[in-house]
Design a protein around this ligand. Structure first.
Ligand code: SF4
Length: 200
């Protein structure tokens, strides 16, 4: 019989449950039926792993506005429930476990934009408004100052409409679709030096 991953997991679950019931006896069965399940009453929110371009599907279990669990999405066509070590640890981007095994907000998670001015050694917190406005202003200024409409190529003057003064690096923390939009935007600006850390 050919088993799909999902059927295999279901059968494994039934087998494990049967073994547990046999071990604990009837009283244990009654008690086990009332054991709280970690993801009880949690809402399932589907998302895409942000670590690399494979784009595996992940289910986030959310309760009271907080993620309480993440796991591979068995219905996702790319990973069919599996996750590599990076995807399996994505819960720890937001939360870490303390010595009692309770999830606490990860103090290392960045929640605000950081800016390091030219020549400075230290980073300072900035608002999103300041950051986006500053990036937009600098991109426009640099593009205006460096834009070439034409250039000499093989002895001929040809239209190039480009800037060589800006480079752009896509992020694996964005989805494939977001990175697609980034490269469309950069090409529209005439930026020809663009890449992505996962070489999308
Ligand atoms: S990092 Fe791992 S889990 Fe995440 S998309 Fe890539 S292969 Fe999938």
């Amino acid at each position: 019989m050919k088993l799909s991953r999902r059927t295999f997991l279901k059968l494994s679950g039934v087998t494990a449950a049967t073994a547990s019931l046999t071990t604990v006896g009837f009283k244990g069965v009654a008690e086990a039926a009332y054991l709280p399940v970690r993801i009880n009453y949690a809402k399932e929110v589907n998302t895409i792993c942000t670590f690399c371009g494979v784009g595996c599907g992940i289910i986030c279990h959310v309760r009271d506005g907080k993620i309480i669990n993440t796991e591979g999405d068995p219905d996702h066509p790319i990973n069919e429930g599996t996750l590599c070590s990076k995807g399996s640890s994505i819960f720890n981007v937001s939360y870490i476990y303390d010595v009692k095994g309770e999830a606490k907000p990860n103090p290392n998670r960045l929640t605000k934009p950081l800016y390091r001015a030219p020549g400075e050694a230290n980073w300072e917190e900035k608002s999103w408004e300041w950051m986006l406005k500053t990036i937009a202003e600098r991109v426009k200024k640099t593009r205006d100052e460096s834009f070439e409409q034409s250039a000499q190529v093989a002895g001929q003057n040809v239209t190039v409409n480009r800037t060589n003064a800006i480079s752009w690096l896509g992020s694996a923390f964005c989805t494939n679709e977001e990175n697609y939009l980034f490269q469309k935007m950069t090409r529209a600006l005439g930026i020809i030096n663009l890449d992505h850390c996962a070489r999308l």
